[in-house]
Design a protein. Structure first.
Length: 169
């Protein structure tokens, strides 16, 4: 006695596969591996989302060593509190751990007439301390609850369309 497959057998098999759910199809609906947003990631390390401007288009994180990279469509500049000019390059990198961003590259602040790289950000209680190597400044964490927008920072007028300032430094 042999095993024969004819056109009707194949049609029946295909119909069964479509109609009868496999035990793995339920798992497929339950197990979803969505990558968290970059803002969720930095929040999980104790930072407020506002340390990154709106518009991050992607990121990489190596959880084994904390190596972190975030990407924008271009560089991003804006002014905060009327005096601090900040620039984020199209890619920023560093190492992230609980309450600390170290060996930071791609973020700079204008002090007087010079652009100085911010190399470290630490959370100390309810303050964020920003270091440019030889000097630093601290600000309340509450100042960073909202993410600034490229071109206009936190003072964006919703009724006026502003083109973000983008340039290469």
């Amino acid at each position: 006695m042999g095993f024969f497959i004819n056109q009707n057998s194949i049609s029946l098999l295909v119909l069964c596969l479509i109609i009868i759910p496999s035990p793995f199809s339920a798992l497929q609906d339950v197990v979803v591996f969505d990558k968290p947003s970059v803002y969720e990631v930095i929040k999980s390390f104790g930072f407020p989302t506002g340390i990154l401007p709106k518009g991050v288009v992607g990121y990489d994180l190596d959880r084994s060593n904390g190596r972190f990279e975030a990407y924008f469509n271009g560089s991003c500049s804006f002014t905060l509190e009327g005096s601090y000019q900040l620039n984020y390059k199209s890619a920023i990198r560093g190492y992230i751990s609980e309450g600390e961003l170290s060996r930071l590259e791609g973020v700079s602040v204008k002090l007087f007439w010079f652009w100085i790289d911010i190399v470290e950000v630490r959370r100390v209680g309810d303050d964020l301390e920003f270091s440019v190597g030889i000097a630093g400044a601290g600000f309340p964490v509450d100042n960073f609850e909202e993410s600034p927008q490229c071109g206009c920072g936190l003072n964006c007028n919703d009724f006026q369309v502003r083109k973000p300032f983008a340039s290469s430094f």
